[in-house]
Design a protein around this ligand. Structure first.
Ligand code: ADP
Ligand code: GN1
Ligand code: MG
Length: 372
């Protein structure tokens, strides 16, 4: 979508009932996909209120109707389970606020699809794991999330992004982008392209395990970055899992792995000084224990054994995706400077290389949790 969200945000603001006058809407957060705004209201009798208004990415999501059907189904399910366990539904699970017309989302005059959520207050959204305790808390939350969705009817979920974590398909798309080289950028990426080609066989490890029935399909989040969980400001525990756009049948090892990719290091995803980009094995160990604790024994030995592969493949795949997007002209991931997607790709491949260096240690860490 080439239309800036600012062009139609007034239409979106008029489409929802905020329960009080709106005093402003500002761009918010550090997501790469949707256009996210924080809307402030001023009720007469209380202090100001906040909401999260998002225009869903048209580049990423072709069917916002199906996407919102998934999200409403999943948030209702989570809400029910949280209430049954005596939890606070309004803080522990997202809740969709429908527009005045009663639909699941609002479509503006340019075709943009907008949705609204309450702002989950008294939480912090971290961009990096500042302590092992914090990272572990996010792991418990993602493990628990997966467990709570363990009995969700998976067949009712739409595939919001087809072949999302199909690493073989991501590799195929990279090769196509290299062959087309429509912007003449492939030459400067030769080292990165070769890095991927040297790991072509790796791209099939998790998919083969799934095809052969060694690991199961589960309902998973599929985008388990640290900044997709809101941490309780008081207790530091993982309070609410957000960014539910990609909740679909998937692999538990990918949910584990994507968190490691983003969180088990001390650098930004677009760091340009690669000497600063290193896997932190202590953080890996802390997250492993916590994720398995949150999942409460639901993972099989075969899944546990493949957890290091989940980490390596999510990191390799994400690097492949950043590289592909750089080659085709930054169509998918939002960028704030030229070359940012190539920088992001380079950090991912540095982490993959570092995982390879520490491979035996990673296998030993997960090995402690095997039941058999
Ligand atoms: P994207 O898919 O672009 O990453 P997200 O749904 O993750 O979009 O939202 C982007 C950011 O907005 C999050 O990382 C978080 O900081 C913030 N955010 C999203 N939803 C909420 C919410 N309900 N309450 C508070 N902050 C939120
Ligand atoms: C995107 O939506 P966000 O910013 O939380 C992307 C993930 C990538 C991640 C890389 C729907 O996550 O798959 O791993 O960027 N989400 C989608 O930072 O493509
Ligand atoms: Mg996000």
């Amino acid at each position: 979508m080439s239309v800036a969200a600012e062009e139609t945000i007034q239409e979106a603001l008029a489409a929802f009932d905020f329960g009080a006058p709106v005093v402003g809407a500002i761009r918010y957060g550090q997501g790469h996909i949707n256009d996210t705004f924080c809307v402030h209201t001023q009720p007469e009798d209380r202090c100001c209120g906040r909401f999260i208004l998002q225009r869903m990415s048209a580049a990423a999501f072709k069917r916002p109707d199906q996407l919102m059907e998934n999200i409403i189904g999943v948030t209702d399910h989570l809400g029910r389970k949280i209430r049954e366990a005596g939890g606070d539904r309004s803080r522990e699970a997202m809740e969709v606020i429908r527009p005045k017309n009663g639909e699941a989302y609002f479509t503006d005059s340019k075709g943009g699809a907008w949705r609204l959520y309450p702002f989950v207050e008294d939480t912090i959204c971290y961009q990096s794991a500042q302590t092992p305790e914090l990272f572990a808390a996010s792991g418990r939350a993602f493990g628990r999330f997966q467990r709570l969705l363990g009995d969700y009817p998976a067949h009712t979920l739409h595939e919001t992004i087809p072949r999302f974590h199909d690493t073989e398909d991501r590799l195929r798309k990279l090769k196509e982008a290299v062959a087309a080289d429509k912007l003449g950028r492939a030459a400067e990426c030769r080292a990165e392209i070769d890095f991927v080609l040297a790991r072509e066989a790796d791209c099939s490890v998790a998919l083969s395990a799934m095809r052969e029935g060694r690991i199961p399909l589960r309902v998973t989040h599929n985008d388990t970055k640290l900044n997709n969980v809101l941490m309780d400001r008081e207790t530091g525990e993982g309070m609410c899992i957000i960014d539910l756009d990609t909740v679909m049948p998937g692999l538990a090892i990918n949910d584990f792995g994507d968190s490691i990719r983003f969180g088990a290091n001390h650098s930004a995803e677009d760091e340009t000084d690669l000497t600063k980009v290193n896997l932190d094995v202590t953080l890996f160990a802390a997250y492993t224990a916590a994720f398995l604790e949150g999942a409460q024994g639901s993972l099989t030995d075969a899944e546990i054994e493949l957890m290091p592969w989940g980490a390596k493949l999510m990191t390799l795949e994400c690097g492949i995706r950043f590289l592909t997007d750089y080659l085709v002209g930054d169509e998918y991931f939002h960028i704030s400077r030229p070359g940012q997607n190539l920088d992001r790709c380079r950090t991912q491949f540095k982490l993959v290389a570092d995982m390879e260096v520490h491979w035996q240690e990673l296998c030993d860490i997960v090995g402690r949790y095997r039941k058999g």
